[in-house]
Design a protein around this ligand. Structure first.
Ligand code: MN
Length: 481
């Protein structure tokens, strides 16, 4: 635990950095060798457990009243011929879980985890990494996701930032052991002021080059850690005003950047999938990867469709005016379903709240798509989700992940019931059965010319239009949950 000196120092440092945290949601930069400034840490190594009193979370079944147990997620139980853990491939998001402060645009941090000393030092970064792996071990998942700048502090120069990253990554590699791997890594190209106009879509050449160097390094360390995928979320790849923006040129630059990433991935022998993560707006007014369909169009236009898949984030789906199910289905039918950032928004809030997924009906629909996709590997379900600002106890980190995993597990169980029951499938099949006829088959084979169809329309007369049976479909869904 932190001593009195530590607490005073924490307060001092905290007051110095509070304005930055409120504005940018991130601590200040700290050069690796700087021991004279706010970056100084007295942390050293951490004695003992980070989560004392919490042992490995076990499955206890739906009747358990123990908040630190799984009620629905039973890792090794087989559902539709596959273990639950293999359907989900759950991952812990380092940034929300270990860098989230609870700060929002109106208020400062609310979370003061006992292992934090209020600095963004290398020593603190290493201590945090130890906490990350103790958490992963206790929650019982095999994967984690990270941004480069969240796991290691920015340096005064790019060389120094790279050196900081190398030092933390070496420790992460050691702590991972043989079982744990990154589901994916990514570069944080949106917090630093240099990226205010974008990274790959910045109007400044120097920023484009800096971003390229950062992605190059982030891909190298992801590969080194045995990462299975790499993500591009274009935090500031978009515009605030079209009046001062050459949208065509920016999109061309973005495509060139992605081409270079593909080439470098192949050059270093990194076999992970590259994902684009659509989001319509926030922080920019318009993000170029608005939704799954927009991202698919971008990839097709620039000949990148076979090199990428999509990481669908449920809260981003709702921000774009779609359901998560719609975005997952759009990705799936385009052969682009790669990964799911498992979270949810608030139906009464119009921004990205990154809440843990708690809606069993939505989880059921998402899992129906994932099952139709034959699973999601080499992607998985990453908890891109954070505790509410008002949830401030260490055990809340566990409770949130357990509840999110249980929600998705209930979704999987319900989706499996729907598939085994077959009546929803049958309802949909019947709805389109007129296309199973000779003429319908001709249309689907591309032989439905207008002259032939006009002849049929005259012959058949006014068509009989059956019921869509939406309420029956909803009744079937309710019955499976
Ligand atoms: Mn989000």
């Amino acid at each position: 635990m932190m001593g009195v000196t530590g607490k005073l120092m924490f307060l001092y440092v905290f007051l110095n950095v509070v304005s930055y945290i409120v504005i940018a949601g991130s601590p200040p930069t700290c050069p690796a060798a700087d021991i004279s400034s706010d970056c100084k840490s007295d942390s050293g190594e951490w004695d003992g457990e980070f989560f004392p009193g919490i042992s490995k979370i076990k499955y206890e079944g739906p009747s358990s009243k123990n908040s630190l147990s799984f009620k629905w997620y039973n890792a090794n139980e087989e559902i539709l011929g596959k273990k639950m853990k293999d359907w989900f491939r759950f991952s812990v998001a380092f940034w929300h879980t270990f860098r989230g402060t609870g700060g929002d645009p109106f208020g400062s941090a609310t979370k003061f985890w006992p292992w934090e000393d209020g600095t963004n030092s290398l020593a603190m970064a290493k201590r945090r990494m130890r906490a990350n792996f103790e958490f992963i071990e206790k929650i019982g998942v095999d994967r984690w996701c990270f941004h480069d700048r969240d796991i290691a502090p920015d340096g005064k120069t790019l060389e120094e930032s790279n050196a900081n990253l190398d030092e933390v990554v070496a420790l992460a590699k050691e702590l991972q052991g043989s079982k744990i791997r990154p589901l994916w890594g990514t570069a944080q190209l949106f917090v630093h002021p240099r990226y205010m106009h974008g990274a790959a879509t910045s109007s400044e050449l120097g920023v484009y080059a800096y971003a390229a160097a950062q992605v190059k390094k982030a891909m190298e360390v992801t590969h080194y850690l045995g990462g299975e995928n790499y993500v591009f979320w274009g935090g500031r790849e978009g515009y605030q005003s079209l009046l001062n923006t050459d949208m065509e040129r920016e999109l061309n630059h973005l495509a060139r950047f992605m081409e270079a990433a593909v080439a470098y991935k192949k050059k270093i022998g990194f076999n992970g999938t590259l994902f684009i993560e659509p989001k319509p707006q926030e922080p920019t007014k318009h993000q170029y990867d608005w939704d799954a369909a927009t991202a698919a169009n971008f990839l097709r236009k620039y000949g990148l469709i076979d090199e990428f898949k999509l990481n669908i984030e449920c809260n981003h789906a709702t921000l774009s005016g779609h359901s998560c199910h719609h975005e997952v289905e759009t990705a799936r039918i385009n052969g682009l379903l790669g990964n799911i950032d498992a979270n949810s928004g608030d139906p009464q809030t119009g921004w990205d709240t990154d809440q843990f997924p708690m809606d069993v009906a939505e989880a059921t629909l998402v899992m129906l798509s994932v099952i139709k996709n034959g699973g999601i590997a080499p992607g998985g379900f990453n908890f891109d989700a954070k505790l509410r600002r008002e949830s401030t106890e260490v055990e809340d980190i566990f409770i949130a992940h357990i509840a999110g995993m249980d929600t998705l597990a209930r979704g999987l169980r319900s989706a499996a019931k729907l598939i085994e029951d077959g009546s929803l499938n049958e309802l949909v099949r019947k709805r389109y059965q007129s296309f199973d006829s000779e003429v319908g088959q001709a249309i689907e084979a591309g032989k439905g010319d207008f002259e032939m169809l006009e002849k049929k329309a005259f012959e058949w007369g006014e068509p009989k239009v059956p019921s869509a049976k939406q309420e029956l479909a909803e009744m079937i869904l309710q019955g499976a949950i």
